[in-house]
Design a protein around this ligand. Sequence first.
Ligand code: FAD
Length: 382
Amino acid sequence: MDKTEQEREGWRKKAREVAQRVVAPRAAEIDAKGEFPWDIADVFGQSGFLSLFIPREYGGEDADVTSFCIVVEEISYYCVSSALLIIAHTVGLMPIVLGEARELKEKVLRRVVGERALLCFCLTEPEAGSDAASIRTKATLQGDHYLLNGRKCFITNGGISDFYTVFAVTDPDKRLEGISGFVVEKGTPGLSIGKKEEKMGIRGSNTTEVVLEDVRVPVAQRIGDEGVGWWLMMRTLNRSRPAIGALALGLARGALDYVIRFGQERGWPGGKGDVQDVQLMLADMAIEIEAARALVYRAATMMDEKAKGIPVQMYSAMSKYFASDVAMEVTTNAVQILGWEGLVQSHPVERMMRDAKVIQIFEGTNQIQRMVVAHSLLKSKA
Ligand SMILES: Cc1cc2nc3c(=O)[nH]c(=O)nc-3n(C[C@H](O)[C@H](O)[C@H](O)COP(=O)(O)OP(=O)(O)OC[C@H]3O[C@@H](n4cnc5c(N)ncnc54)[C@H](O)[C@@H]3O)c2cc1C
């Protein structure tokens, strides 16, 4: 095993241990109460899961995308809400890491490492979901600061973050090149938390509106130059979509293993283990999971190897789309195989199926992922 592989296996071991010891016992409760797991976030901070992409010079872990996916997959095996906490935080952090604003990095990255500050990524608006380029939140330059005005919705970690990475329009005439990123600190006057969403799945994840009313943000808290926001966002999503694939992969694996354990320990209801239809379903579930694994880690490896000429955004989109459809299929079949027992809360497959549905929608719906794939294909030389 080379050094990189050793480091990745180290992350797997650590994440699996934390998942079994801290996350698994809380998963059902977090879902039932719909509450953010502060205790788990704290352990994630101690374990380095919140500073995976922060460079060593700021005290972070300097981990790669593959390690990120491994950590997410191991946690999501037991609890998608807990794993999503890491992704949403990392997605909020990534534009700052990728950007050039040194003073901002000092301010934010050091607080993540030292104080376990949490972040979120504020892009979606009531009129701009899939069509993210239509955001209306406005940033108006006034001397040494900007005034931010707008309303973001469905923001993961929205109600619990210390820093908000906000995308806003600095020049409406330039469309994509008129979008810029800003960091807004919790407690800044004019920043408030709106409605908390009561979702059907991933209920332990905090999802809220974020309202910006004349929020004064110093120019030094702009992430990079004016107009590079869209580009930073795309580079961030290329890295996070494989992790959303890993989120779905861990979930699907958890559901299949649960069904198999259930049958082995309790006996298949009505002797179903001997029924060929059920066996075929189990086989399909396992095959789909392995196919999803291959795609997720291929996309992650491509990001890590920074291979020139490879359309990473295409593989990134493929991995999110395919793995989340697999998770939906596998969890639905897990419920089906358990019969009525699959529908009640005493078995996690009920929660897992609700969680899978949500993954097909966020971070770009699965229709949008296929459009990204198609655009990449049409742009490439056959
Ligand atoms: C639990 C959860 C957490 C989220 N967290 C965040 C977050 O942290 N930060 C953030 O910024 N956003 C977040 N979002 C928002 C998420 O990214 C959007 O929900 C998503 O991009 C889809 O937008 P929409 O819901 O407005 O759907 P719409 O864009 O209104 O789409 C509705 C339907 O139409 C389809 N559709 C739309 N346009 C097209 C098209 N051109 N071609 C084909 N089909 C199309 C879609 O696929 C979908 O099926 C979150 C959402 C959820 C559910």
